[in-house]
Design a protein around this ligand. Structure first.
Ligand code: PMP
Length: 451
């Protein structure tokens, strides 16, 4: 490994980071991570912390998952690459599709289309949704509706259905025909509603209103995260996704569940859709499918949607795909990670420890006025920073960064996004890790007041 000074200097000089200003690496040098073990990471200076971010919501099984490491090494020896474009396939991709249809069968999702990551999975879902209607003779259905604050990756289609102007404005004009409705974000909602179920009904009514306003015969799909992730971890009331499913069915609109974060256990169930008792038409997955060890994604397709393509003539041809769709090393990593996931059932731990983490965060909120809201489902949680609880003015700028820095120095990596601190630790943490995450969070909160 190059020494610490070399890495810091060259990071600042030559490397541009996603979701960051290119000059920021100089002003706020990133933590340079060089090692990982269990639920811990180690930086270039040897500082060891609990990774309460779980990589980027993806290292669900931690950094020492031997099964995935061995599968990757063995596959590199056997076959490091072969494509799955028409006319060829590879054994690991086939094995993975067999395993996934088993894992996702309760969600009705029996076909996989492999991708290189979450943004790719979203992009192909949007395309196939339009194509589905076209095959059925409803080619006027081209529009997409999504939630404000939703995050659906960075490609042009995904950015167009993204519900956060920060990820949209620099790249406009985006895809035409994408519309947004206010989501079930209780802490800040434009209706002044304070009761979660009433807000779920109101948000669902907004969806139906928008479909009607656009004309149902022009709407291809509604896309949503079962629990909004990057937008600040916003769990809806348990009735919301069911209401959405009913409205979509009533108007012939497809439902795309973007489960890039929520599939494979994070919400406390195998998938977010199952958590809410809903079968989507498409499910976008990536991230934890390989435990984060290899870039890979899978768009899962419901049997009833798949049959429309499979029973069609030429118009059902999937004229989209990636060089790395079904990459054998990625597929081997995914087979091992999904098998480990099915064996360990980490959603059970997420369902037990998530509420404990949230209770601890709520306790901190009672003592620290800067915390305006605590939210979460399973092991995805957020605290929202405000300068004033009455006005709910967001605390941004130096204060959240001071929080992150102090928590990190105290031994816990937490991610700050806007005025939210986000917690998505590996699902294999135990109570002692939860306790440490809470004590470092308190250190961070104390540092914010001083900042
Ligand atoms: N959808 C959701 C819900 C996500 O959280 C993300 C990534 N955070 C994406 C899509 C994009 O995935 P990727 O970064 O792998 O392209």
């Amino acid at each position: 490994m190059k020494d610490s000074n070399f890495l810091k200097e060259n990071n600042a000089r030559h490397m541009w980071h996603p979701m960051a200003h290119p000059a920021d690496s100089m002003a706020n040098p990133p933590a340079i991570i060089t090692g990982g073990e269990g639920v811990h990471i180690v930086d270039v200076d040897g500082h060891r912390t609990i990774d309460a971010v779980g990589g980027l919501w993806n290292v669900n099984l931690g950094y020492s998952c031997k099964a995935v490491k061995e599968a990757v090494t063995a596959q590199m020896d056997a076959l490091p690459y072969y494509s799955t474009f028409r006319g060829t396939s590879n054994d690991k991709a086939i094995e993975l599709s067999y395993l996934l249809q088993d894992f996702f069968a309760p969600d009705g999702l029996t076909r996989s289309f492999f991708t290189s990551g979450g943004s790719d999975s979203v992009e192909v879902a949007l395309k196939l949704a339009r194509q589905y209607h076209r095959i059925r003779g409803e080619g006027t259905r081209t529009k997409f509706i999504s939630l404000e604050k939703g995050y659906h990756g960075t490609h042009f289609g995904g950015a167009s259905v993204n519900g956060n102007s920060k990820f949209r404005n620099s790249y406009e004009p985006l895809l035409a025909g994408c519309y947004h409705i206010p989501g079930p974000y209780l802490y800040r909602n434009p209706f002044g509603i304070t009761e979660p179920e009433a807000l779920a009904q109101q948000s669902a009514a907004m969806l139906e209103r928008e479909i009607g306003f656009q004309g149902a015969n022009t709407v291809a799909a509604f896309i949503m995260e079962p629990v909004l992730g990057a937008g600040g971890v916003v769990p809806p009331h348990p009735t919301f996704m069911k209401l959405v499913r009913e409205i979509c069915d009533k108007h012939g609109v497809l439902l795309i569940a973007d489960e890039v974060i929520t599939a494979f256990g994070r919400t406390g169930d195998e998938t977010g859709s199952r958590h809410w008792g809903v079968q989507p038409d498409f499910m976008c997955t990536a991230k934890a499918i390989t435990n984060g060890y290899f870039p890979f994604g899978a768009l899962m397709i419901h049997g009833r949607v798949a049959e429309v393509f499979e029973g069609s003539k030429g118009e059902g041809s999937v004229d989209s795909g990636y060089t790395y769709s079904g990459h054998p090393v990625g597929a081997a990593a995914a087979v091992a990670a999904v098998e480990e996931t099915m064996r360990i059932k980490p959603w059970e731990n997420a369902a037990t420890l998530g509420p404990k983490l949230r209770a601890g965060l709520q306790d901190l909120a009672r003592r620290h006025d800067i915390v305006g809201d605590v939210r979460g489902e399973g092991l995805m949680c957020a605290i929202e920073f405000v300068t004033d609880r009455k006005t709910k003015a967001p605390a941004t700028g130096a204060a959240p960064l001071a929080f992150q820095k102090a928590a990190y120095e105290d031994g816990v990596m937490v991610r700050v996004s806007g005025n939210n601190a986000i917690f998505s630790p590996p699902l294999v943490i135990d109570q002692s890790h939860v306790d440490k995450i809470l004590s470092a969070t308190e250190t961070g909160l104390n540092a914010m007041v001083a900042a």
